[in-house]
Design a protein around this ligand. Structure first.
Ligand code: 9PG
Length: 448
């Protein structure tokens, strides 16, 4: 489909019974896991999932593994781990591995650097020391980020200003240590308009002031590089969007992709972000960022990074940026925090067994596999704790989130929490740990 050629990079002798492969997917929602070398990694459940949950235009082969800019092989217990990786955030090759007899054949469609870990280092340590030397490491993730309440996992697109303020007051009354109250998708007239829906979100400045009066902050979800077909932006400026790039479907239609070479479109976006920051928004969850890095004529990683830098320039240090649905290696050095797994959900198992799909288990596996990035590239965002009754395996979710050093967030309406949910939410919500911090124990092995 892309006509990309894979050239051999290395052949490693390994013990097929104990060897393991670490595979790192393209964007926030893409799988990442440590697998038995003799198995196969996760695959998309549909063509749409390839675009929205994996790397668009770069399907993995039927067998074996394909990491995007990062793949590592543990050949035998205690032996040094071999890491194959991009040299920086600008060029991200697809890297394949396939076991044939007792040998792991590694190939790539671009330039790859090879790093050998210290003998005896586990997968987390090996990836962590490699990550610390990746260009752009160390710029973010060194300061704690406050605990967040997010509307998506309880209200979906029915969020209103009144419900955000209500959640904030009710969290405070119940002693939940949450600092930022973030309205997710649903606060705008339509995705891509970047302005509040008057009916449900009346006066955003008023909401920010009311929260500030309680000592709290207002956060907003925003997808800067896409628009819904029904948005005002799309109607008024059809020429701002690229008809040749496919970002998948959402908001009852095709997702329109902003043309990042249009200075007028970027200037409009910056103006809206500045306006929102001036109203008192101090936290932006910037979502669907993969759409800004789709490969095409004049599009890809370089324009994506330029656009992100210009957003950073506009928001300065006034607001924190949490990247979501974001191409991961290309986002190193550009965001305060990054979502490092697929969406959580009340269900434990993902649809079709596809680790890119929303579920407790997919978020659990993938965020654990990316723990090494925390404090080195950014603060990891492992998505919300769901602790209300009816959520599958809520105890297991809480136990895992408790040992991850990343951001903490809550996705429940405080009034829907029972005694257990309140106690756990109180205990787990805290600012993110500043700098690197490894979870206890070795990285668990996953079977896709
Ligand atoms: C809001 C949500 C929440 C959530 C984000 C993101 O259709 N899809 O494949 C799809 C994937 C992820 C997704 C939504 C749709 O979730 O991760 O936290 O902000 O958008 O729309």
């Amino acid at each position: 489909m892309t006509g990309r050629e894979f050239a051999p990079v290395a052949v490693l002798d390994c013990d097929p019974r104990t060897a393991q492969v670490y595979e790192f997917g393209w964007q926030s929602w893409s799988p990442a896991a440590l697998y038995p070398a003799a198995s196969r990694s996760a695959r998309p459940m549909s063509r749409l999932a390839q675009v929205m949950g994996y790397r668009p235009g770069r399907p993995a082969p039927p067998e074996g593994f394909q990491g995007e800019g990062l793949l590592a092989v543990a050949r035998e217990d205690g032996e040094p781990i071999v890491i194959f990786a991009a040299g920086g955030p600008d060029q991200v090759p697809s890297i394949r591995a396939k076991l044939r007899g007792g040998r792991m054949e590694v190939s790539a469609d671009g330039e790859v650097q090879v790093h050998i870990s210290e003998k005896g280092a586990g997968m987390d340590q090996a990836l962590g020391s490699w990550a610390a030397s990746f260009p752009g490491a160390g710029l973010y993730g060194r300061e704690p980020l406050p605990a967040v309440w997010c509307s998506w996992y309880c209200l979906k697109d029915r969020v209103t200003a009144a419900s955000v303020l209500g959640a904030a007051r009710s969290a405070k009354r119940r002693g939940l240590p949450l600092q930022v109250f973030q309205a997710d998708d649903g606060w705008q007239r339509a995705t891509g308009d970047w302005w509040p829906d008057r009916e449900r979100f009346g006066d955003l400045g008023e909401l920010a002031r009311a929260l500030r009066a309680e000592g709290l902050e207002l956060g907003l979800w925003l997808a800067p590089f896409v628009a819904a077909e029904g948005s005002e932006s799309a109607r008024r400026h059809p020429d701002w969007y690229r008809s040749d790039l496919d970002a998948g479907r959402n908001w009852k239609g095709q997702i329109l992709v902003l043309d990042l070479s249009r200075e007028a479109a970027l200037a409009h976006l910056r103006g809206r972000l500045e306006g929102l920051a001036d109203l008192g928004v101090s936290y932006f969850k910037l979502d669907f960022l993969y759409a800004g890095a789709l490969e095409g004529e004049g599009s890809g990683i370089a324009p994506y990074r330029r656009a992100m830098e210009s957003i950073r320039g506009t928001l300065g240090t006034k607001a924190r940026i949490v990247a979501c649905g974001a191409p991961l290696l290309p986002t190193v050095g550009l965001a305060d925090a990054v979502r490092v797994g697929p969406d959580t959900a009340p269900n434990w198992e993902p649809q079709g067994g596809d680790l890119s799909q929303p579920s407790g288990r997919s978020a659990h596996v993938v965020c654990r596999a990316r723990a090494f990035a925390h404090g080195r590239w950014w603060a990891n965002d492992p998505d919300c704790l769901l602790a209300r009754p009816g959520v599958e395996n809520r105890g297991r979710r809480a136990r895992q989130l408790a040992v991850l050093a990343g951001m903490t967030s809550s996705g429940d309406l405080p009034e829907e929490l029972d005694r257990w949910g309140l106690a756990v939410t109180r205990r787990l919500m805290r600012p993110s740990v500043a700098g690197p911090s490894a979870p206890p124990g070795p990285m668990p092995e996953t079977r896709a």
